[in-house]
Design a protein around this ligand. Structure first.
Ligand SMILES: [Zn+2]
Length: 262
């Protein structure tokens, strides 16, 4: 198959040199060569759906049409008292809490998050951010958000991974909604491999000191939209919010790509 493409490609080039008579011919041949090269690249490096690993068709980007159709959207933005906002009831005051998708084990969303977080498929964040910004446009305008803040990684983790998995998602939200994206105000100051093995009391103590905030008077009264990939217990987002709430008159909203029950 590949050999056929290569042979055809060279035949086309030879054909072009002998037959092309006009500028229009030149353009047509260049277009055909471009198309053949793309087919050849697709054949050598097939693009797979980041949701189900099916081969992507030429007009499909990032995820296939079926996964796009089956994305489990929560529609949290249409109901104020939703699962995500309820996680913070009685813990911290939040203005708005929303998640874009439901996270199911072995599902499309788990694959998307895995590819985004560990496989350097940062374009997934851009794709989802563009999509969600469109859904949120009206509601975000009502809440007058001042800044979008991604949950920060510790510097050591950032160096290991090379990127924060929510950065492209935040940037897409920021560009579409016209809200400043701030990656410097909040810092993760404690590096922890995992929090799951620590006992409840240790987790409580850690929660209050894991993040640090640096601010000036210009940040007083701002409404911060905290963004993370998946919300499970909500402990990390709560810790971030507590740090940001040290800023006088600050308001907090929470947004995640996915919502998980467990
Ligand atoms: Zn798919």
């Amino acid at each position: 198959m590949m050999l056929i493409f290569v042979v055809l490609f060279f035949l086309k080039i030879i054909n072009f040199f002998y037959i092309s008579q006009s500028y229009q011919n030149l353009l047509n041949y260049l277009h055909q060569i471009d198309k053949m090269l793309k087919n050849l690249i697709n054949l050598l490096f097939p693009k797979l759906c980041c949701g189900c690993e099916a081969l992507l068709l030429q007009n499909e980007q990032i995820i296939c049409a079926e996964c796009r159709h089956n994305l489990p959207l929560t529609n949290h933005h249409l109901m104020k008292d939703n699962y995500t906002s309820k996680k913070f009831n009685g813990l911290i005051p939040i203005e708005l809490g929303v998640s874009m998708l439901y996270f199911h084990k072995e599902g499309i969303v788990q694959n998307l998050i895995h590819n985004l977080k560990y496989k350097n498929h940062q374009e997934i964040g851009t794709f989802l951010g563009n999509w969600y910004a469109n859904d949120l446009e009206n509601i975000i305008a009502v809440y007058a958000i001042s800044e979008i803040i991604p949950v920060p990684l510790h510097e050591k983790r950032l160096n290991e991974r090379g990127y924060n998995q929510v950065t492209t998602f935040c940037k897409a939200l920021s560009e579409n909604l016209g809200i400043h994206h701030n990656e410097t105000i909040l810092k993760r100051i404690i590096y922890s491999k995992t929090q799951t093995k620590k006992n409840k009391q240790a987790r409580e103590e850690l929660k209050n000191s894991i993040f640090d905030v640096s601010f000036t008077e210009a940040d007083y009264g701002k409404h911060f939209l905290l963004v993370d990939d998946v919300i499970t217990s909500g402990a990390t987002l709560e810790a971030c919010a507590r740090a940001l709430l040290k800023i006088p008159y600050a308001k907090i909203s929470i947004l995640t790509i996915a919502y998980s029950d467990s």
